[in-house]
Design a protein. Structure first.
Length: 649
């Protein structure tokens, strides 16, 4: 994928602010398109919107161009055709955006102030085309148009509608066929044409009954891959586990990390990043740290030169401040990485203070070194080298410890199960089906497919919902069948037997959501949980019990939230980016439970649950506990909570 995902924001025609483009946009706002077309036809001329791609001037018929916008932020589509930039939200509608350079086989270019997206009308649906620069609206006579030659500068002849010669042939414009240029596939046409705008006007029907509201919602598990947010429907997710290093299997595709034994079943472990065309998480983190290390090394050399030239008042702290921002942004789960990161943070803090002191020291040397030069050699140089060494140490530690940051989502697929490695599980949430556009289909013929795109926060947040049954095509499914067959005696395509086995497992097991609280691990039955949200600001309520954190707004519904630490008389702490609120539904009454972090979805058989002992080693009162879950033959213990007593009446 050429770019990282940015969280989508709404594109707008108002983003075109240059005077000449404002005039051009005004020209596009035609109150009577048919009348304009008739006038032009009678005058034997045509109006074209002209634009440039790598210095060549192209054009579309003005009737195909709806508006011109600055490049919006986009959500990348996994395994899409290489010329599909992604999708953006344009005033409530999903807008697929094509990179014209990639479409014409040219090298991609970075966005500039002149980069624009032409919003084209293709059979009643909208498609965006990113171009280098928009020029003007040009009127051309029919006599100035000629049939296109077979090949023009590598542009597919099917894309060309005509060649226009102006100024005695000194100016050549290639008129393009918008349908041919923007042809992505039938599924994209159906999506754009069938896209629904969310309406809040019919409040009576939306609140008819709680049963109807539940039927209109879909529960999804969202997760992160790089900067992109994906999801699976909750009914496809079996478990969410911490990642263990799988056993490697030779002669398998790159995205197959190996196999793991999970509940006496051997499952293939898939790196979802690699499957969807992204670099492995290790590569991304190492590249970030290497960039910071190079910046520190460059700062050291440039500072050395300033000291030598007695110009230390020009010492620049910007590179160090940038490195500090990176460090404070990092939040690994591995204690090893946390410890090394603390060394880097402290080192950068000290180095920044030393750099400020250096800039204020005298540069007069006389017969000896100047105070600035002496301080640089005795303190600054060593401080910077220690930071660089700590960054190198972090780089060496990442491959071994990055799995502690990731999670394993076990999903139903191909009649069996796949274990998918993702960067981070974000939340379990309910999404209104009206907010999901189905059959997005912005994929290449051999890529993973989407079952829909969820539009949240007024379209500013797009979540790509993956179709688990179509993650893998036959070309890789056959290889995975061999993986399963070699180790478990059953291939992934033996669907009847696998389905029966899955059914038996479900009848003997119950699913739990596990979470952390003051270093201990707890769990709640998943059937008591409606969704899991990130922590947001609470409104305090007067005379509420001490354990009440406050009330939160959940899509217009006020939810009381309990602070689990306070409820269990544990030491309180400020929420951070791992803090989550578990929303529970008890007989139609919703309550939130604020916890330190959410770990995974876990299946526990009845035989693995023991009654709580009379004397508990945990700090939670026995009345709050319904049992103890034993995992890996008791090597790992999870406290199962009695929600009725935790929430209280």
């Amino acid at each position: 994928m050429p770019k990282k995902l940015n969280k989508p924001q709404e594109g707008s025609a108002e983003a075109v602010v240059a005077p000449e483009e404002a005039a051009l946009t005004a020209t596009l706002e035609r109150p009577e398109d048919t009348a304009v077309s008739e006038v032009l036809r009678e005058a034997d001329e045509n109006q074209l919107v002209t634009f440039c791609i790598e210095g060549q001037e192209f054009a579309f018929d003005i009737m195909s161009v709806q508006e011109i916008i600055r490049q919006p932020q986009m959500a990348r589509i996994p395994m899409a055709s290489n010329y599909v930039e992604g999708v953006a939200n344009l005033r409530g509608n999903i807008l697929p955006v094509i990179d014209s350079r990639a479409r014409f086989g040219l090298s991609r270019s970075e966005e500039t102030d002149q980069t624009r997206v032409l919003v084209l009308d293709i059979d009643g649906s909208q498609t965006g085309l990113r171009v280098d620069q928009v020029r003007q609206v040009t009127r051309v006579q029919s006599a100035e148009e000629e049939a296109p030659p077979e090949v023009v500068k590598g542009v597919n002849e099917d894309f060309l509608r005509s060649v226009i010669k102006l100024d005695g042939g000194k100016r050549i414009i290639l008129e393009l066929d918008p349908k041919a240029v923007c042809r992505i596939g039938e599924s994209i046409r159906k999506t754009a044409k069938g896209a629904k705008k969310v309406s809040h006007g019919d409040s009576a029907s939306s609140r008819s009954s709680s049963h109807e509201n539940a039927a209109a919602m879909e529960q999804i598990v969202t997760f992160q891959l790089g900067d992109e947010e994906f999801a699976f429907p909750m009914d496809k997710v079996r478990e969410i586990l911490r990642v263990e290093r799988p056993n490697a299997v030779p002669d398998t595709p790159e995205h197959v990390m190996g196999v793991l034994t999970i509940r006496d079943k051997i499952l293939p472990v898939i790196d979802l990043r690699v499957l969807l065309g992204q670099p492995p998480l290790t590569d991304g983190i190492v590249a970030e740290v290497e960039t910071v290390r190079e910046q520190c090394a460059q700062w050291l050399e440039s500072t050395r030169m300033l000291v030598a030239s007695q110009d230390v008042d020009r010492v620049d702290e910007a590179a160090l401040e940038k490195a500090q921002r990176w460090v404070y942004h990092m939040n690994p789960a591995s204690q090893t990485l946390i410890d090394t990161l603390a060394k880097i943070r402290n080192g950068l803090d000290n180095l920044t203070r030393d750099a400020r002191k250096l800039a204020g020291l005298s540069q007069e040397s006389g017969d000896e070194k100047s105070p600035a030069a002496a301080f640089f050699e005795s303190t600054v140089e060593g401080s910077c080298k220690r930071v660089i060494d700590s960054l190198k140490e972090y780089i060496l530690q990442v491959p071994e410890h990055v799995l502690e940051d990731q999670r394993l989502i076990v999903v139903d697929a191909l009649g069996a199960q796949l274990a998918l490695v993702v960067d981070k599980v974000r939340e379990v949430m309910n999404v209104a089906r009206d907010d999901i556009e189905v059959s997005a289909g912005l994929n290449s013929d051999d890529g993973a497919e989407l079952s829909g795109i969820a539009k949240l926060d007024g379209g500013k947040r797009l979540i790509l919902i993956l179709e688990s049954s179509k993650l893998l095509e036959e070309r890789v499914a056959a290889k995975l069948t061999a993986v399963g067959g070699d180790h478990s005696g059953k291939g992934l395509n033996e669907r009847e037997g696998n389905a029966e086995n899955a059914s038996n497992v479900r009848s003997d097991e119950q699913q739990y959501i596990t979470f952390r609280l003051a270093g201990e691990e707890y769990a709640i039955p998943i059937n008591q949980i409606q969704e899991i949200d990130r922590y947001s600001k609470m409104t305090r309520t007067p005379k509420a019990p001490a354990y009440m954190e406050g009330v939160a707004n959940l899509r217009g519904e006020v939810i009381p939230v309990i602070n689990a630490r306070t409820r269990f008389d544990l030491e309180t702490r400020a929420p951070d980016d791992r803090t989550r609120v578990i929303i529970m539904d008890r007989d139609g009454k919703k309550t939130g439970l604020m916890v330190d972090s959410v770990n995974e979805v876990l299946n526990l058989a009845a035989r693995d649950i023991a009654a709580p002992p009379a004397t508990m080693s945990h700090s939670v009162d026995r009345e709050f506990i319904s049992g103890i879950g034993k995992i890996n033959s008791g090597k790992r213990m999870v406290v199962l909570l009695d929600i009725e007593n935790v929430v209280g009446n």
